[in-house]
Structures are given as structure tokens and as C-alpha cells.
Ligand binder design. Structure first.
Ligand SMILES: [Zn+2]
Length: 397
């Protein structure tokens, strides 16, 4: 029987429900998956078989007897057979990683950016991606897709990088360029997702959170540029043109120091890498970073605040002072400050998060943008009627 577009979408939703349940809970049997998802046992059984075949799930081998019934085999996410490739395009260098669905870095490489021309950058990225794909293939891992973090605002609707000031890019039709470069380099057809590097960094913390229960997180990255990746209500929040989180250009002082953007008194002029290098006063920079964290906290009330980027590696006092500053503001208001922590993947955060971007879309089929090589996409307006609690049993066929 030929499945319709609607049935394919429902199936993808059902799969994502099972993937998310297992990720959150660590280990569940088929019967538990059915109970917790509200899906029928036969649907779960069919989908689990498929997910095992495709390398998403593994049986742990520890069968537990359940009363009088058949022993049930616990399932877990397979950290070895399914992977994503993540790339960070930096201002000076490129980083590429292969990451498992459980967040383990399986391979990584870095090289200096040879040329800032967009087509040349895409060729260099494609060559690195193909090498990573070969390494993952040698480990018997199947690649789900490629994610790319860029130092600028990416417009998902058009596949265009609107503005990447530190690369000198404006309105670059990036998605077609990188797709062609990957094909030319010999990459098999693969889904490609692109996002701002601070946004991808946020996903490195959010998608691989080890079952931590939260639906919001903000990642502030401090380097030459300062930006925030914002996850709200379980989704990356990127704004109308991909420019949400440009906190480096929030104003901290009226008529303050001139900024590269043309305004005066932007956050970047106080704790961007250039300002820190000039003043060598990371403590003062840390106080300003603390002010920004305080403002983000009162605006979004996120479940977690994470700070990363090269300046945090170079000036450890930056994160410490920022955290102290936030705590002092919170104490003045008589409330508890949220914990501020350093990025768990360090300088790999944006690249690992670019890989997590692939997973982010896989787990949210209702909101996935058109991906290269994908077909049968449904318009959100038509699909929003599908209810997870009211799924037709035909969905799994
Ligand atoms: Zn500015």
C-alpha cells in the first residue's frame, strides 16, 4: 500500500516520540514505550524494529521478566551506529566533528580557513565533511545529516546568509552553494541544515542534556563577536530573519565606545575579544557580561545559562566574574540566581551543536525546514491538526 504524505508525517512524528522518550529515560522496553507514548503495541513494535535496523536504537540484552508475560528487552539509544556531522565555519578556521546520537564526539578535525570567498569556503567545508563521512563509515556509523554553524545570521526561509560581518558576507545564497560543493566533493545526498554558530552552540547543550528536564536554555558565546543561542519552549528561537540573540549589539552605555556595527556602547565594545585584548581587564569585561546575563535572565527566565567561546578559554575570570555579578543582582532582588555554567564541549560547542541541529530537526518533524534530498514535505498549516494522542494505527505501515 502506498502511504500518503500525511501518513509519512504521522510516522515521522511517532518515530520522534519514541526517540525522545528513550533519550529522556535512558532505557525502556517496547511495552513501556507503548504505555508512555500512547501508541499501540503493534505500532511501537514495527517502529522499534525499523529504528534498530537504522541504527537509532539498540537492545541492551538484559531481558527482565515481567510477571507472567514474556521477558521484555530494554532498549536504549545506539551511541555507535547513527551519527551526524557538524561543521563550524569560524572567522579564522573550520572545525568538523562526527557526533553520535548520544552526544559522543567520534571524530574531529580543524584547519585554517584558506580563503573567505563563499564558494572557496564551501569547497573547503565539503572536503572536510567527506573526510568525516569516510571516518564514520569506517566505524560502521550511518550519517543522518550535516549541520553547519556560521558566524552570521542565516535566513531559513531563503537559505541565505543575510550578514556575516567578520567574513565580509552579505546576502550569500549559502544552501545551494554548499549543496553543490558537497555533491562535487563526492558526498552522498544528505540533509543539510545551517544556523548561526551561537544557535548551534546552544543545541550542543540542549540536545545532549542527558535527560535533564528543561525546555529553555541560553548559550552566550564570547569571541570576536558576542552572541546568544536561545532555546525557548523546546525550540531554537531565531527570530524573523535569523537575527535573534545578537546581544553583542545590545547597548550597555548611551554614547559609549564606538562599535564595528556603527552604533555606540554595544556589549561587544566592553567584552568582545578585541576589547578584552586591548584592556586585558577581563574582570571589568566579566561585570559587563554579568549585566547581559542578568538582562537575558529577566527577559527569558531560562532553565539554564551557559557561557562559552574562545574568550572564556583565554580568560577564565570572565565566566566567574559574570556569575558573581548575576548572583549579586539576584541577591539585591531577593531571588535565587540561575546557575551559570561553562560550555561542556568547550571550543567544540558550535561544531558539536551543528551536528545536534540535525537531531533537533529529526526530533521535530512538524517544524523541519525543507532539507536537501528530502521529499514529501507537508505544509505546517495542513499538519498542525495531527494530535500525538490520536494517532491512526495505520501510521506505522
Ligand atoms: Zn554594535
Amino acid at each position: 500500500m502506498k502511504t500518503t504524505g500525511d501518513q509519512q508525517l504521522v510516522k515521522r512524528i511517532n518515530r520522534s516520540v519514541l526517540l525522545r522518550l528513550l533519550r529522556q529515560r535512558g532505557s525502556l522496553s517496547r511495552a513501556q514505550l507503548a504505555q508512555e507514548s500512547g501508541l499501540t503495541k503493534s505500532t511501537v513494535s514495527l517502529l522499534v524494529r525499523e529504528l534498530i535496523e537504522e541504527g537509532w536504537f539498540a537492545e541492551t540484552g538484559l531481558a527482565a521478566a515481567q510477571g507472567m508475560g514474556r521477558p521484555s528487552t530494554p532498549l536504549r539509544l545506539d551511541g555507535s551506529r547513527r551519527a551526524m556531522v557538524g561543521v563550524e565555519i569560524g572567522v579564522e578556521s573550520l572545525r568538523v566533528v562526527g557526533v553520535s546520537v548520544t552526544g559522543e564526539v567520534l571524530c574531529s578535525a580543524e584547519e585554517p580557513l584558506a580563503d573567505r570567498d563563499p564558494a572557496a569556503v564551501c569547497r573547503e567545508v565539503a572536503a572536510l565533511v567527506v573526510r568525516a563521512q569516510a571516518e564514520l563509515a569506517a566505524r560502521q556509523a550511518t550519517v543522518s545529516g550535516v549541520g553547519i554553524g556560521v558566524p552570521g545570521a542565516f535566513d531559513e526561509a531563503t537559505g541565505t546568509i543575510r550578514f556575516a560581518p567578520n567574513l565580509g558576507w552579505r546576502d550569500v545564497a549559502f544552501l545551494p552553494l554548499i549543496t553543490r560543493a558537497l555533491a562535487d566533493a563526492g558526498s552522498p545526498p544528505v540533509a543539510v541544515h545551517v544556523q548561526n554558530e551561537a544557535d548551534t552552540a546552544a543545541l550542543s547543550e540542549y540536545e545532549f542534556a542527558d535527560g535533564e528536564a528543561m525546555d529553555s536554555l541560553i548559550f552566550v558565546t564570547c569571541g570576536v563577536g558576542v552572541g546568544a543561542g536561545i532555546v525557548l519552549n523546546d525550540r531554537l528561537f531565531t527570530g524573523l530573519q535569523g537575527m535573534a540573540g545578537e546581544i553583542g549589539h545590545s547597548i550597555l552605555q548611551i554614547d559609549g565606545p564606538p562599535c564595528s556595527c556603527g552604533r555606540k556602547g554595544c556589549a561587544e565594545t566592553f567584552f568582545g575579544a578585541r576589547a578584552l585584548g586591548r584592556d586585558a581587564d577581563a574582570a571589568r569585561g566579566g561585570v559587563y557580561l554579568g549585566v547581559v546575563l542578568q538582562n537575558l535572565w529577566t527577559t527569558f527566565n531560562p532553565g539554564a545559562l551557559v557561557v562559552g567561546g574562545p574568550s572564556c578559554e583565554r580568560y577564565p575570570a570572565l565566566v566567574r566574574t559574570a556569575g558573581d555579578t548575576l548572583s549579586a543582582y539576584a541577591a539585591s532582588a531577593g531571588v535565587a540566581a540561575p546557575p551559570v555554567r561553562a560550555a561542556r564541549y568547550g571550543l567544540l560547542a558550535s561544531a558539536v551543536g551543528a551536528a545536534a541541529l540535525v537531531l533537533h530537526h529529526e526530533l521535530r518533524p512538524m517544524h523541519a525546514p525543507a532539507a536537501v534530498g528530502a521529499s514529501g514535505a507537508c505544509a505546517p498549516a495542513e499538519t498542525s491538526r495531527v494530535s500525538l494522542r490520536n494517532l491512526p494505527s495505520a501510521a506505522s505501515h
